[in-house]
Design a protein around this ligand. Structure first.
Ligand code: IPM
Ligand code: MN
Length: 353
């Protein structure tokens, strides 16, 4: 009997439902070609539900979602909901409670896609950022006092323990080994200023690298320099590993170098649990219902999901189908693709071998 993967689909807000529909279409096409099947169940978490019910995420959500093989997320963010409520209450809460401690963000320039980097092509822009996803500044440790006065104090701490750092580093080293390109892992930190947190990262990086991954070359860059080299010499990078906040920032920079949010995918991964895969852009509400949003980021997220589930050949087949479609599009930007959302999904689905 062929394997069936049960996928929870969280279409979310704005254009989220349009892009997840195309990603699911492509998943079914890949399943048909690669001898497995995909069964989906939709969950209506997002801004509309919150405005209707006053509840961001029902109490049962985490346990219900844990029963699936993976989660596909469209987009979270609603113009009528104050920023932060849905992001924290849905996206960050699921990342934390499902212990998705890796945020895997490939920075890959597909053929025919315009990059703002002068004289750089697909052979130069092809690396992966491993962003730690459950710690650091995102833990919300801190507080505020004397709010609203001239003496107001606000603290938000960058918190890491050795276990969190180690498990992230081990994943990144193993990923560089499996990727087998330059066999190089670059730690992106700030050891010259954050002398507690990034000292912990740096020591663990070299200790684990030397003892367990001697075949992987180790580089170190401060985060500010990382940004500079991502623009000037992206071809230097293979796999970059970093903390949560730096990873958030540098992956938006990486995304724009690969053609923008229309094509940038991310995976929130718990290697021993349930992962959640998403386009890293937002809900783009002004394009809702116009069949004009780029579904490729969601489609690439679905490919990453299959790769993580062990369906590597199917994941590669989707990637090569995407590679054939990008040169036929005018732009990766919503409203300027020269084709519709559903056209892109159809073409990729038909191209999956
Ligand atoms: C991302 C987003 C989120 C983050 C926001 C929406 C909370 O920017 O996935 O990169 O900061 O992690
Ligand atoms: Mn971000």
């Amino acid at each position: 009997m062929s394997k069936t993967y049960r996928i929870a689909v969280l279409p979310g807000d704005g254009t989220g439902p349009e892009v997840t529909a195309e990603a699911v279409k492509v998943l079914h096409a890949a399943a048909g070609k690669h001898g497995f099947s995909v069964e989906t169940a939709d969950f209506d978490f997002g801004g509309d539900r919150y405005l209707r019910t006053g509840e961001v995420l029902p109490a049962s959500a985490v346990s219900e979602l844990s029963a699936f093989d993976a989660i596909l997320l469209g987009a979270i963010g609603h113009p009528d909901v104050k920023p932060g409520i849905l992001e924290k209450g849905i996206l960050l809460r699921l990342r934390f409670e499902l212990d998705q401690y890796i945020n895997l963000r490939p920075v890959k320039l597909y053929p025919g896609v315009e990059t703002p980097l002068k004289d750089k092509g697909p052979e130069d822009i092809d690396y992966v950022v491993v962003r730690e996803n459950t710690g650091g500044l995102y833990t919300g440790v801190g507080g505020v006092s004397m709010k609203g006065t001239a003496h107001e104090v606000a603290v938000q701490s960058m918190v890491y323990n050795r276990m969190q750092v180690e498990r992230c580093l081990r994943y990144a080293f193993a990923y560089a080994r499996k990727r087998d390109r330059k066999r190089t892992l670059a730690l992106c930190g700030k050891t010259n200023v954050l002398t507690h947190v990034y000292d912990l990262w740096e020591r663990a990086f070299h200790e684990i690298g030397e003892a367990e991954f001697p075949d992987i070359r180790r580089d170190y860059y401060h985060v500010d320099a990382t940004c500079m080299w991502m623009v000037k010499n992206p071809e230097w990078f293979d796999v970059i590993v970093t903390g949560n906040m730096f990873g958030d920032i540098i992956t938006d920079l990486g995304a724009i170098t690969q053609g923008g949010m229309g094509i940038a995918a991310g995976g929130n991964i718990n290697p021993d649990g349930v992962g959640m895969f998403e386009p890293i852009g937002g809900s783009a509400p002004k394009y809702t219902g116009k069949n004009a949003i780029n579904p490729l980021a969601a489609i690439c997220a679905a490919a990453m999901m299959l790769d993580t589930l062990g369906e590597e050949a199917a994941a590669r087949a989707i990637e090569s189908a995407v590679t054939a479609v990008t040169p036929t599009m005018k732009s990766m930007a919503a409203g300027r693709m020269g084709v519709t959302t559903t056209d892109v999904g159809d073409k990729v689905a038909q191209g999956v071998a």
